[in-house]
Design a protein around this ligand. Structure first.
Ligand SMILES: [Zn+2]
Length: 271
């Protein structure tokens, strides 16, 4: 197993340890208990792998869904800006038409003849003003059209990003479904075997086992001797006398550094 082992001693919850169950553990068939515990550990390690595999994907799926929702929100904001600009353009067009009509009306009045220079000046000024306002409106229309074009480009870019993430999400969802269905049978089998093993372990030992498994990073409460003389849980060296006792498999041997139960690597019934 290419499991990375930590060299650091892992502190274990002192309230319920294998040390505290040593006495009750020594009653009855210790070898059977040890074998059951080690089997249990190996089954749980297999189950951990399944859950780990599945465990990361839902988080990734959720992150992608969040990102897509965020991008959709952004696109909606930009779309709102387009709607505002379109409305402004409509108003500006009306203003343009109004000013042009007014200018034409004053022009017609001017063309039909004026009675004095004051009237002439007044009409000329009205024509100039309304022509100018019409020009301003036209310029504003242009600016708003530019805004719309820029917004449209932004939306296109956001849509591309959404598309990429949607594909990613689809793939991740398929992967997740694949894993769930492919591991379902294995999980079921392991859970059945786990129950068989757990039934052979007394409640106190079980609670110590669960507690220690939860408290250590590698979730190993029952460690096989590693590399001939080291604890498979924390990598600390094991004293020679303890190694002999572990091989004999008739006593509960606990790693003095990490508190895990130590067993011989060939102490399991695992296929
Ligand atoms: Zn250890």
């Amino acid at each position: 197993m290419a499991k990375k082992l930590s060299n650091v001693n892992v502190p274990i919850d002192a309230r319920e340890t294998f040390v505290s169950i040593r006495k009750t553990f020594s009653e009855g068939d210790v070898a059977l208990k040890l074998r059951s515990l080690y089997n249990l550990q190996q089954i749980d390690t297999e189950l951990d792998k399944i859950y780990q595999l599945r465990g990361e994907l839902p988080v990734e799926v959720e992150a992608l869904e969040g990102k897509i929702a965020e991008l959709n929100g952004k696109a909606a904001n930009v779309a709102e800006e387009i709607t505002r600009a379109e409305k402004t353009i409509q108003e500006l067009k009306q203003r343009y038409t109004y000013c042009k009509e007014k200018a034409e009306k004053y022009q017609a009045q001017l063309d039909s003849g004026v009675s004095n220079s004051r009237e002439y000046d007044s009409l000329t000024k009205e024509i100039e003003d309304h022509d100018l306002w019409a020009q301003v409106a036209m310029k504003e229309i242009g600016k708003n059209q530019e805004t719309i074009a820029a917004c449209q480009q932004q939306i296109d870019e956001i849509d591309k990003k959404i598309e990429v993430r949607r594909e990613d999400l689809k793939a991740k969802n398929e992967e997740l479904e694949g894993i769930a269905s492919s591991t379902a049978k294995q999980e079921e089998k392991l859970l059945a075997r786990r129950k068989e093993c757990a039934d052979k372990v007394d409640a106190r030992t079980m609670s110590a086992y669960e507690r220690i498994r939860k408290s250590v990073r590698n979730h190993i409460a029952v460690a096989a001797v590693y590399n001939g003389n080291a604890c498979g849980g924390c990598h600390s060296a094991i004293a020679p006398q303890k190694l002999i006792d572990i091989s004999a498999g008739k006593k509960l041997i606990i790693c003095e550094y990490c508190g895990r139960i130590l067993v011989s690597p060939d102490a399991s019934d695992a296929e």
